[in-house]
Design a protein around this ligand. Sequence first.
Ligand code: MG
Length: 250
Amino acid sequence: MNNRTTSRGAWQSAALLALIGGVGVLALHKPTHAGQAPAPVAPPPGATVLFSGTEEEMKKNFVKRGTDQDGHWKIEDSAMVVGGGDITTRQKFADYQLHVEFKTPFMPDKHGQARGNSGIGLQGKYEVQVLDSFGLKTPGTGDCGSIYNQSAPLVVASRAPKEWQTYDIVFRRPRAGADGKLSKARVTVIHNGLAVQNNYEIKGATGIGSGADTDQPDVIIFQDHGNKVEYRNIWIVPLPEQGSSKYDGE
Ligand code: MG
């Protein structure tokens, strides 16, 4: 065997291995429309960090829903784990940009709403659904990224269970217009870097909370729906009702 033959043989072996490897990778990782796998996203300057992984933050920034008792979800590997009832933020918020990272458990024997269900309740009553919706071609109004039971995600962005996912939620609470009429709440949701809700006008309370629309600030709910969903790296940037009226800033 001369050198030329050897190197050709080696190239063929390498190509074959690459092909087998490639097929293996394809079989293990079904393609999705999801964006890049997220590393924890650092809070920008001016953000209020609600949870970065400590027990102290759970107690200081969250309460057991409807009480003034400290937040009670367990912290495991710097993530808070759903269990023992809903929690809410201690603080109430008006308009904001909220960043949340979540991970649904692997529950292959469960389906639909029983698989990795949790949720984030804006202004105490509007739920951005958290669910294992991985692999769906056409998610519905109850799936991950939906405004629960109202608005299905516009595109498929869900990652697999046990993978961290990101939500960046921009919320605009209802407010009185010039005619004195209260506008609807609006929400934009970016899920794993993809817009799944585009300035959606929320029709009303979704069931995670109740009551009429109001312009009053309220808490953010993290839902216990009986599944061990995990959350990490939660920060919020409260937003003013509107920007400056000046043309040239200073
Ligand atoms: Mg839910």
